[in-house]
Write a protein of this length. Structure first.
Length: 220
């Protein structure tokens, strides 16, 4: 079943778009099934759950942390995490840098932006990102690499609104690219789009879609 669903999703993906299978709350057996169908990128939103699953599952899985991350928990995922999508403060980034250094690696990160209308969602605005990227503390970090942006659209059926929010995130990406990363070809990722809105997100420039319930079924 999962193999078929993954095949169907792949038919809809634009060239160069990475599919992240969001496996939060789902058991390792289902992740293994997706792995056997060729899926290698998985997303989790909780540190402990991700660490437990990573210990059980094949070592060549690329684990993406997509949920809010507290600084004091970075150490649990620093040895293996592939990409952290949810960097929303200098404090968090500097803890990631510190833990990456301890593990002798460079950890890739995305800056998370607040693009939705809802108050509750985490994320930076453009001005906050500017001050982060120009801070001397950031400029001295050697063990993190910022490779793009991430955002979540409003939870609404209003397609125009969702499109606008994705388009805004793509605009933020372009501005940062121009202002800070014009010579850095690694800065290219726009993590946007979930089960319900990833087609719209790809129209607006998404390079990474995070799809959970379509692949693994609904969550409680
Ligand atoms: C849960 C989650 C997803 C996946 O949502 P689905 O609607 O199940 O595809 C994507 N991104 C983030 C940040 C999530 O927390």
């Amino acid at each position: 079943m999962i193999r078929q669903i993954l095949n169907e999703i792949h038919k809809t993906l634009k060239d160069g778009v990475t599919l992240i299978a969001v496996s939060k709350t789902k058991p390792a057996t289902l992740i293994q099934e997706a792995y056997e169908a060729g899926q290698r990128h998985f997303g989790e939103n909780k540190v402990q759950e991700m660490a437990e699953k990573a210990a059980l599952l094949p070592k060549d899985i690329h684990w993406h942390l997509i949920g809010h991350l507290q600084s004091n928990k970075v150490k649990y995922i620093a040895p293996f995490v592939h990409l952290i999508h949810s960097v929303d403060s200098l404090k968090l980034l500097s803890e990631i840098d510190k833990q990456a250094k301890k593990n002798n690696r460079v950890i890739d990160c995305l800056l998370q932006f607040h693009i939705a209308q809802e108050e509750t969602k985490f994320g930076l605005n453009l001005q906050e990102a500017h001050s982060l990227l120009t801070s001397s503390e950031f400029l001295e970090m050697k063990n993190v690499r910022i490779i793009g942006v991430m955002g979540m659209a409003s939870f609404t059926n209003d397609e125009q609104q969702v499109k606008l929010e994705f388009s805004n995130l793509n605009g933020i990406f372009s501005q940062l690219k121009n202002d800070f990363f014009s010579l850095d070809e690694n800065f290219r990722e726009r993590s946007m789009g979930m089960s319900g809105d990833y087609l719209l997100a790809m129209q607006e420039g998404s390079t990474m879609v995070r799809i959970g319930s379509t692949i693994f079924g609904g969550r409680n």
